[in-house]
Design a binder for this molecule. Structure first.
Ligand code: PBG
Length: 330
């Protein structure tokens, strides 16, 4: 007879070892990419007010953080630069001695065991805070592409192992692939922020990266949150243009998009558990309203269960520590 009382699903939940045997989704430190903010100057380690535990570092202060990341078994970092000078054409984004290029060289020399992924976007480097060249109050797609190419090539020249364009211009993956190949970087892969939504969850990041648009918003280039089929078109186009990995961002409010992308495409799939998702958990945990470890592991597991292979998360350091500690438990 099928069904209760012959079948009792609770039998397989009786002990921790039983649950471990039948567990379908397991998160590992090797799934994580840890985002890092690098700021110009010396001896700077500033906590981001809306992101407790996350700091902006000058390059000389990176070692403490990177030593820990590497020792925890986290394979990769995602770098964001905050320059001293911003201008119309984001010139510090592709300056050979820009803050991000300095940071890449420093990490490449001192931490060869870490994979360096760089965010390719102009918003931290433009004086208006938009992700491209502004003409008549409109972010001009085709004027922006050459600057993104220059930025990606300069990252590769400095030693980046993978570039991740996050601007949402049309045709950027094709342009960047061509630019990398022409400059001798045919081995450098592209992780495309393919389905990146115009989300309210980027608020804390913009405080950290000083990249809030000075007028308007990003809805004319980032995706409209209600759209799923369009996300599949974005991903499909990026794959045709040469993306090596694809991304859905944010993660938690878009788990359905992650699942659909996983079922539709074969490429490695990353999900970005963004700043606002981190801030929500931190704030509630600091008030004693949620158990941070319990909730964080549940969040990360849900993202992996939805189909992500790679999770970009500000919780990577803490989560890796919890995972490593639990492994040692008797
Ligand atoms: C740059 C960029 C943003 C994020 C990653 N790359 C901000 C934005 O698009 O406004 C957000 C990451 C986060 O919130 O953690 N364009």
């Amino acid at each position: 007879m099928i069904g209760y009382p012959n079948v009792r699903l609770r039998r397989l939940r009786s002990t921790e070892n039983m649950r471990r045997l039948v567990r379908e989704t397991i998160v590992f430190p090797s799934d994580f990419i840890y985002p890092i903010f690098v700021i110009e100057g010396k001896n700077i380690k500033q906590e981001v007010p809306s992101m407790p535990g996350i700091h902006r570092f000058s390059p000389d202060c990176l070692p403490a953080e990177l030593d820990e990341i590497a020792s925890l078994g986290i394979p990769a970092v995602l770098l964001f630069g905050i320059p001293d000078q911003k201008d119309e054409l984001a010139s510090q984004a592709y300056h050979p001695d820009g803050i991000i290029q300095q940071a890449i060289r420093f990490i490449k020399i001192n931490y060869p065991q870490l994979l360096i992924v760089t965010d390719v976007c102009l918003c931290e480097y433009t004086n208006h805070g938009h992700c491209g060249v502004v003409k008549d109050d409109y972010v001009d797609n085709d004027l922006t592409l050459p600057l993104l190419v220059k930025t990606a090539v300069s990252h590769a020249e400095a030693g980046a192992d993978m570039v991740a364009p996050s601007d949402m211009m049309d045709g950027r993956v094709k342009a960047i692939r061509k630019g990398l190949d022409e400059n001798g970087f045919c081995t450098v892969p592209i992780l495309a922020y393919s389905a990146k939504y115009a989300s309210g969850f980027y608020g804390p990041f913009r405080e950290a990266a000083e990249s809030t648009p000075q007028f308007g918003d990003r809805r004319a280039y980032q995706m409209d949150p209600p759209n799923l089929r369009e996300a599949m078109r974005e991903i499909e186009m990026d794959i045709q243009e040469g993306a090596d990995m694809i991304m859905v961002k944010p993660a938690l409010p878009y788990l359905d998009v992650i699942r659909c992308a996983r079922d539709s495409f074969k490429l490695p799939l990353a999900a970005y558990n963004v700043s606002g998702e981190y801030a929500m958990v931190k704030a509630a945990a600091m008030k004693g309203w949620l158990d941070e470890k319990h909730v964080t592991m549940e969040v990360l597991t849900s993202i992996k269960r939805a189909g992500a292979d790679i999770i970009i998360t500000y919780h990577a350091r803490e989560a890796a520590r919890w995972l490593n500690d639990d492994k040692r438990m008797p």
